[in-house]
Write a protein that binds this ligand. Structure first.
Ligand SMILES: Cc1cc2nc3c(=O)[nH]c(=O)nc-3n(C[C@H](O)[C@H](O)[C@H](O)COP(=O)(O)OP(=O)(O)OC[C@H]3O[C@@H](n4cnc5c(N)ncnc54)[C@H](O)[C@@H]3O)c2cc1C
Length: 479
């Protein structure tokens, strides 16, 4: 798949890249190339599993600073070869895959915490840092980022910024885009730019927001200043079981409409309660499991918990108490790892979407029916992970135990499930994704989602990346 066929050109390029970042930080090693041809997207994993080759990079470069990234960008523009940023490679959308070969720009050497400002409560940090390492650094001085995604140990901060990721406490502390003050970016043509130092102003449109969610197609995010928070005095949980998902949804939405500020609400539909809540928490009951938590000064937490419980008791319920709420928090990451997570040869995907409260249940049923009607062999489970004042995120999943064996056929089959479920969601007011991004997986649906507005995004891309070298093949942009 490599774009660069001539060995002569390859060695010219290698010597320029070596000059830019140092001999030890340019790899053409076959194992490295293989390692950078698979992320957490099901298709490349399945292809590899079945003996097929995925597109590989020609070079993996490891710059240590924005200045070195800028040098790499200039070289890539001269040769007009693709550059794909790579953080932890834990993305589920194929966003970091080098579809047209070229350079993988691995950000992990840019991992320094540069400053912690205890007056404004911000941290300034390089984006190649592992998110767990950042949290530990901030905790050491008594604060927290409050960014706790299930992949905290295997993803970089840059990955979350690049596709607007979300941690488990998002309901109070926000998605990653709500946590950012400002950022430094290396543009596709190799300029180092900074956005304004504060996120609220009237000094023109918000450039920070242009780059958040750009998934490496508009440049490389190299540095960020983000908010930090005092470690709360108390964080407490409570769980309920409702007779069905609708009753639980009314309770959850009422908590949000009351403008209480839970740090988390999570609601599992009946099939996921029966499948995963039972396995992970040992609750073997019919119904829909709902858990919520509050954090802050203990007296306020107790009061808010009491209010939220009173709201839940208005619906038909079983009160599972604090212990089975706390147990969920203690095991919150387990759901996403073996032995609870799905794996090959199963085909599975997270159909995550978001909609307003008036639409969200319709989105759920439309997706579920689309999967069930067209793919009766597929299981469909879902939970609502991230809640806002106006709606919530649906983390739905399909699981097929025995998908087609032939890789080509399996790919077509897999894409058909996605098309039919996501189109069903869009018809009911959902969007193609909430926090995993678009990447390679969903690029084809971007024009359908945006309509003519997609031309605005396309025009921005063309102007900022005139040689179209940044992460080609992603987000639905023209190749
Ligand atoms: C077990 C598991 C649990 C997960 N749980 C969550 C979760 O709770 N919340 C969540 O949001 N996601 C979750 N994910 C998905 C994944 O971890 C996130 O998408 C994460 O943000 C990816 O970060 P990364 O460093 O691995 O990025 P990569 O996979 O390396 O890259 C992802 C995309 O970002 C681009 N990119 C990376 N760094 C930069 C940069 N510095 N500048 C510009 N572009 C860049 C890449 O080109 C690519 O398009 C989970 C994944 C796994 C495997």
């Amino acid at each position: 798949m490599s774009m660069i066929k001539e060995n002569y050109l390859l060695s010219m390029l290698e010597s320029e890249l070596t000059d830019a970042v140092g001999r030890d930080y340019v790899s053409t090693n076959a194992a490295d190339q293989l390692g950078h041809s698979i992320d957490y997207y099901w298709i490349p994993e399945m292809w590899h599993d079945r003996g097929r080759e995925n597109p590989k990079p020609d070079f993996i470069v490891h710059p240590s600073s924005a200045e070195e990234v800028a040098k790499v960008m200039k070289i890539a523009n001269n040769y007009k070869i693709p550059v794909t940023p790579w953080g932890g490679g834990s993305g589920s959308q194929g966003g970091a895959l080098p579809m047209y070969g070229g350079i993988i720009l691995d950000t992990k050497r840019m991992n320094k915490v540069l400053a912690i400002d205890t007056a404004s409560l911000t941290v300034t940090v390089e984006t190649g840092i592992n998110t767990q390492h950042l949290e530990w650094a901030v905790e050491k001085v008594g604060f927290s980022t409050m960014h706790f995604p299930a992949s905290i140990a295997c993803a970089t901060l840059g990955g979350f910024l690049a596709h607007r990721g979300t941690g488990v406490l998002s309901t109070k502390y926000g998605k990653i885009e709500d946590m950012v003050m400002s950022l430094e970016m290396v543009t596709p043509t190799g300029e180092i730019i900074n956005t304004l130092p504060v996120p609220r102003h009237a000094s023109g449109p918000d450039l920070t927001m242009l780059y958040l969610g750009s998934e490496g197609t508009l440049g490389v995010i190299t540095k960020v200043t983000m908010k930090i928070h005092p470690v709360p005095e108390a964080r407490k949980f409570h769980a309920f079981l409702f007779k069905n998902m609708h009753e639980a949804m009314v309770a959850g939405a009422n908590i949000m409409r009351s403008r209480l500020r839970p740090c988390v609400i999570r609601l599992y539909d009946e099939p996921e309660t029966a499948r995963l809540i039972k396995r992970v928490l040992g609750i073997d009951k019919q119904g829909a499991y709902l858990v919520f938590g509050f954090d802050g000064p203990e007296k306020i937490v107790d009061l808010e918990l009491e209010q939220a419980c009173a709201i839940c008791r208005r619906q038909e319920h079983e009160d599972l108490g604090t212990e089975l709420g706390q147990a969920w928090w203690d095991h919150r990451y387990k759901f996403f790892y073996p032995p609870y997570m799905f794996h090959l040869p199963q085909a599975f995907g997270t159909l995550d979407t978001v909609a307003t409260f008036d639409n969200i249940e319709n989105v759920y049923w439309a997706m579920k029916n689309a999967v069930k009607d067209n793919f009766p062999e597929a299981a469909f489970i879902g939970h609502y992970s991230h809640w806002y004042e106006w709606g919530c995120m649906l983390y739905a999943r399909f699981i097929v135990d025995t998908p087609p064996q032939d890789p080509q056929e399996a790919t077509l089959y897999y894409n058909k499930i996605w098309n039919s479920a996501i189109r069903a969601a869009m018809r009911e007011g959902g969007v193609i994704n909430e926090h995993h991004g678009v990447g390679l997986k969903l690029g084809r649906l971007m024009k359908e989602l945006y309509g003519p507005a997609f031309n605005v995004l396309g025009s921005i891309k063309k102007v900022l990346d005139p040689n179209n070298i940044m992460n080609p093949g992603k987000m639905g942009f023209e190749r």
